[in-house]
Ligand binder design. Sequence first.
Ligand code: HEM
Length: 505
Amino acid sequence: MELIGTTLLVCFLVVVFVAPGSSRRKQFPPGPKGFPLIGNIFDLSLKELWLSLARWASKYGDIVYIHVFGTGLVFLNDAEAAVDLMDRKGSIYSDRPHLVMAGELCGGYNIMSFTGYNNQFRRQRRLMQRALTPLVIKNYHPLLEMETIPFLKRLLSKPTSYVDHIRRYAGTLTLNVIYGHQVTSDDDRCLKIAEACADVLANDIAGGGFLWLVDVLPFLRHLPMWVPGSGFKHKAIRWKAQLTEFATVPYEEFKEKMENGTAKLCYCSTLVEAAGKSMTEQDEFDIKYSANTMYSASLDTTITIVTSFMLCMVQNPDVRIKAQAEIDRVVGKDRLPDFNDRPSLPYLECVLSEVFRWTAPVPYALPHRLMQDDMYRNYFIPRGSFVFANIWTMTRNEEMYPNADAFVPGRFEADVDEEVKKKRDPRNFVFGFGRRRCPGLYLAEQSTWLLMASMLAALDIQKAVDDKGKVIDPEVRYENSVFRMPAQFKMDIRPREHARKLMNV
Ligand code: HEM
């Protein structure tokens, strides 16, 4: 999900500089007072912005409005408001901000997270929903299970490089599930192209937080290539070619396998088979680019959720020990857990829910651009506003989750009626809302469960100890502005006594 970060980062930049909408004498939702013209630009520190947003939520209530150069930023702090607007009024709350450099010139509009609320979006979204239902994902279970042991082995061989191993896991898993492409070596061509492409998206197109002048002055897109200052157009051509190569190479490889009958069951095969002989050029474009979208969309979220899980285990050894005891009792010590074990591991289920809640991996989701003026709870929300679901505040709701900052899986063990159970399920929030809600949620949910179960079965993840035998408390820092991803921290990862047997070594 490098592109999710990219999208959000660029959106913030665009909102800062792009021409304002007109300010009217209407009752906007409350929020911190900004300066004339520039608005609240100085309130938008990108470092752990979710903490500032939470302070505004407790001061101003469920809906907070600020503006930057006249463009509204609306934060919906409770789930009801998010459902009312993004879900019930989805026909006007599902657009994305317009990005000239990333979207238009670099070809980002082919990637769904950047696409506006148009026909292409609706078609690709339908494809993803069709091929990523819980029922279809069951077919991918063998592919998910195949990636677990290599990941555990890599993690044990060099524990300090755990982020690289998770990135590699997310990459190989996605290539496998999406294209049926199995990565067998570090030099794998598809993997290399994929990693380079994710890098271009995150570090070049949205790199370093710098703003593209062409987003501010869109007429610059017409600058002739030979004019000084048109360097951005040369870069855009290069990057677009890279993004196109990544969309094309794994898809062409898949097609070749499909033609010679060696393709594995995967996202692309499910859709190509469903389209059958009547597949049009447009169908193929949509399959190819929806597949491409998913690779980029899964990277950062997977790294965020898995590193957060590891941090939770380091900080809460009692939870790890209890979950391991449940796995040992139910699964035994001769094999790794698989999806058939899931219903028999209720405590692990609570740990998964709490990891999602406590982490809130994308704390204020992605901006939905409002397509026409709207009124809500007697407040005026102007057309063109960027509307954010404040997932962080929802997961810190003290009424629903007492002592919300603490990591307590046991909160989900309590016997409550079905309605409360449904309402407090963090999956309702952490994947966003409405027509833009994360289409990869079932895949993410199931792959996270499997990885967590396997890591707990095979590994002890705990606090590191220094040369003098002193226990090191992990230093927790959040440097990424979009994902609540713990920066590299120290921990001790070692195999449990029966791990070799589990990993067939
Ligand atoms: C822990 C894992 C994940 C979390 C917490 C997560 C969360 C989110 C959130 C909050 C959004 C923004 C929703 C909105 O705009 O309201 C999103 C969008 C998206 N996610 Fe995920 N995601 C995860 C994993 C994945 C995976 C594995 C995939 C693909 C296989 C994926 C594909 C996407 C796509 C394509 C979008 C853009 C949807 C659109 O623009 O309509 N996500 N995700």
